[in-house]
Design a protein around this ligand. Structure first.
Ligand SMILES: [Zn+2]
Length: 309
């Protein structure tokens, strides 16, 4: 993507959503002084037939053959599977959000990746948002995560005990970046974290990984001569408390639209320099609020996903 195009396409919402995205999402239980939760407020501001409202209401998956339908930021998910909240080497966080759903290919990737992580010295994954039971747009956070192929993994290691449901709501993730200086926090970052991101990037199922720009810089400086995997690791807003792993469309899933592959090369040059400079962080002109995505804006098959009983 050219810099000009990227600037134009920067969603103004992305900046507003950074705080929410940062910790893999704030708790659904967060209530303001008016007693309404973050999600209730978001819902109240939308027409009842907005896609976020319709998909946000679904508590269970569509009992259909598993399919990722559409693209990462405009689509839905049929036949989703839940990642078990406790695994051999992972625990799911923020259970009240009910966003631990994915295409079976994502579940398989996470199970494998958690085990690989342990083999390189990472005690286990804390898994943040994946997708809603039927995918689709969400009331809070994320523009993507719509087709069951995205997962947020905390940079905090899993503790050696099972967290209570309450702890999973309230424990804060730890930022790897001094966001004021836009520099890596070297008191928090470790080589094992670098190895963990590399391990994910080397998995052939993975299409992209998003991290905050100083984290990409740290990986560029650390990588040595084997640099092919760095192409998949993309600098982006947020992603200082967690990294976001996006797997490619499962083989043979004709309804799933892959993204263009990331640019070739390690991405450690001019592109990263731009991200580390002031330009991406300048306050942008307030845009006119865009009308919310409606069911008709999603692929036609998402209507059946919504209605399936
Ligand atoms: Zn994410």
């Amino acid at each position: 993507m050219s810099r000009a195009r990227r600037l134009i396409s920067l969603p103004s919402l992305a900046l507003a959503a950074v705080a929410t995205l940062a910790a893999g999402g704030a708790s659904a239980q967060t209530t303001g002084s008016d007693g309404l939760s973050e999600m209730e407020k978001a819902r109240a501001a939308l027409p009842p037939d907005a896609a976020k409202v319709l998909f946000g209401e679904k508590a269970a998956p569509a009992p259909l053959e598993a399919r990722s339908i559409g693209s990462y930021a405009r689509g839905c998910l049929a036949g989703a599977t839940a990642l078990p909240v406790d695994g051999s080497a992972w625990q799911v966080m923020r259970l009240s959000r009910n966003r631990n759903w994915g295409h079976p290919a994502l579940i398989a990737f996470l199970e494998h990746f958690a085990a690989r992580g342990r083999a390189i010295g990472w005690p286990g994954l804390l898994v943040g948002d994946m997708s809603q039971p039927r995918g689709g747009p969400m009331l809070t956070g994320h523009a993507s995560h719509q087709i069951g192929l995205d997962a947020d993994i905390w940079f905090s290691p899993m503790p050696d005990r099972t967290l209570s449901a309450d702890e999973r709501e309230t424990i804060s993730a730890v930022s790897m970046v001094d966001m004021g200086r836009r520099e890596l926090d070297r008191t928090k970052w470790t080589e094992t974290r670098a190895k963990l991101v590399r391990e994910a990037a080397r998995d052939p199922a993975v299409a992209r990984i998003f991290v905050n720009p100083p984290i990409k810089k740290a990986l560029c400086d650390w990588a040595g001569s084997d640099r092919a995997w760095l192409a998949k690791v993309r600098p982006w807003y947020g992603h200082n408390y967690h990294f976001h792993v996006r797997i490619a469309c499962p083989a043979g899933d004709a309804s799933c639209a892959d993204q263009d592959p990331p640019p070739s090369g390690d991405g450690c040059g001019a592109d990263l320099a731009w991200w580390l400079g002031p330009e991406p962080w300048k306050p942008s002109e307030p845009e006119k609020p865009r009308p919310p995505m409606m069911l008709a804006d999603l692929p036609e098959a998402c209507r059946q996903v919504l209605l399936a009983k």
